[in-house]
Design a protein around this ligand. Structure first.
Ligand SMILES: *Cc1c(COP(=O)(O)O)cnc(C)c1O
Length: 430
């Protein structure tokens, strides 16, 4: 059977079988591709050791966390709940780092204290966090990590630049002296220095951050033993996009760290925190075409999922590849094959004109080449493994959260999250 893409083993037959077995909309993940991506990160060149953490906000499904952790990868958690969720998935707290905008509250003090005692690393992102966490760290003799605001960032959209002057992630340079003063007064150490400059932006900006961060380590952090350069490695979802070359990125960072070692005599371990690059291309969102409508000059395909299952086009204007598959598994068109002249617009069933899987920069729908699918065919959206199932507007218009299915290397389809029920949507209403 023909695969949909050159990089994954997912075929039209897998799509049709998953849809028949579990109904649509559904997310289908390619386990073999996730494993291959993990292996690529773990074999990045490095100077004095490498830790890879999966930014679990990209896709927090328990089965995926276990799968990725089993490859030798730790966890980057963005909230206390994410850290607790990773623990529930069986990941030891010692392999989790918490990097969050949250400020520890008295209500969750016990949970945080428990995680810290079990070995979770806390990445200080603000002075207020330091004021709350510092005394705990002092009480238990724990080392801290610090996220610094690098002053320059990059992202697939402005909303995902987390390093420039328009954002407030990490401890700002002007606050570093106060942070150091506080830690010194408590006898605490920052043993790691962290940045995350944004998601899917310009690889050159990512590179520029490396020596700048090492300069900060040299200037302010005599106790640092490791540096985390964050995630944000660009993935190519569309055929005309280029993915970050991990080999060359690793070679570059390794040279910088070696240079730092020659200058200072200090050997730093490197950490990276990919989310997107580990899982994005392993995910396929499988929809059924429910209806077709033509206006004066546009052909619309109405499918049983839209912004409720993939909000990225509406949020960021993101582009995703499309594949049209017939009920028998035959592939009518693939973004990676020869596309027909026929152009259409794939929309969902939410009551918004922005509920389309392809929008231009102004928020208008954009016709894209794809096979002339019929009602009952499957419309498949690729690049849907990251920030889709975990970040969609899923209950908008009272649509149900869609199920997630894992395609194993042996070709089995395993349900890893059931479809939500209407009773679950309304259960907390009083
Ligand atoms: C979101 C996030 C990441 C992952 O970003 P990707 O672009 O998905 O690789 C890494 N580190 C931190 C701190 C994050 O918030």
């Amino acid at each position: 059977m023909t695969t949909l893409t050159p990089f994954s083993g997912v075929t039209g037959e897998h799509i049709a079988r998953a849809a028949r077995t579990f109904g649509t909309p559904l997310y289908l993940y390619d386990q073999a591709l996730i494993e291959a991506k993990c292996a690529a990160f773990l074999s990045m060149p490095h100077a004095f050791g490498l830790t890879v953490r999966y930014a679990m906000k990209a896709n927090p499904n328990r089965s995926l966390l276990r799968l990725i952790h089993a490859q030798g990868i730790g966890i980057d958690a963005s909230s206390l709940n994410e850290a607790l969720r990773a623990e529930l998935a069986g990941i030891p707290a010692g392999e989790i780092m918490l990097t969050s905008q949250e400020v520890p509250a008295s209500t969750s003090q016990a949970e945080l204290e428990g995680l810290l005692l079990r070995g979770m690393r806390y990445n200080i992102c603000s002075l207020r966090q330091l004021e709350r966490v510092g005394p705990l760290a002092k009480k238990y003799g724990l080392d801290l990590s610090i996220r610094v605001h690098p002053g320059e960032g990059t992202g697939e959209s402005a909303s995902r630049n987390t390093g420039d002057k328009y954002c407030c992630f990490g401890v700002h340079l002007k606050d570093l002296p106060r942070a150091l003063e506080l830690t010194q007064s408590w006898g605490l150490r920052f043993t790691q220095v962290h940045t995350h400059i944004g998601s899917g932006g310009d690889p050159e900006v990512w590179r520029r951050n490396v020596p700048r961060q090492l300069e900060l380590v040299e200037k302010f952090f005599p106790d640092a033993q490791s540096v985390s350069f964050g995630g944000g490695m660009r993935e190519a979802r569309m055929p005309d996009e280029t993915a970050e070359d991990l080999e060359s990125l690793g070679t570059y960072a390794k040279a910088c760290i070696e240079d730092f070692q020659r200058r200072t005599g200090r050997s730093l371990r490197m950490e990276v925190e990919p989310g997107t690059a580990l899982v994005a291309n392993a995910g396929f969102l499988v929809l059924t075409v429910l209806d077709k409508k033509d206006t004066e000059d546009l052909h619309f395909l109405i499918a049983d999922g839209g912004m409720d299952v993939n909000s990225r086009p509406a949020l960021y204007g993101s582009r995703h590849p499309f594949y049209m598959v017939q009920p028998d598994g035959a592939v009518l068109s693939s973004e990676y094959g020869t596309l027909p002249d026929h152009r259409a617009i794939l929309v969902g069933t939410c009551c918004e004109s922005g509920d389309a899987q392809c929008l231009d920069e102004t928020g208008h729908v954009l016709a894209r080449p794809m096979g002339d699918a019929q009602v009952g065919d499957y419309a498949v959206v690729g690049g849907a493994g990251a920030y889709c199932a975990g970040m969609s507007l899923f209950n908008y218009n009272s649509h149900l959260q869609a199920p997630e299915v894992l395609l194993t290397p042996a070709g089995d389809l395993r349900l890893i999250r059931r479809r939500q029920t209407l009773a679950q949507v309304t259960e907390n209403e009083v």
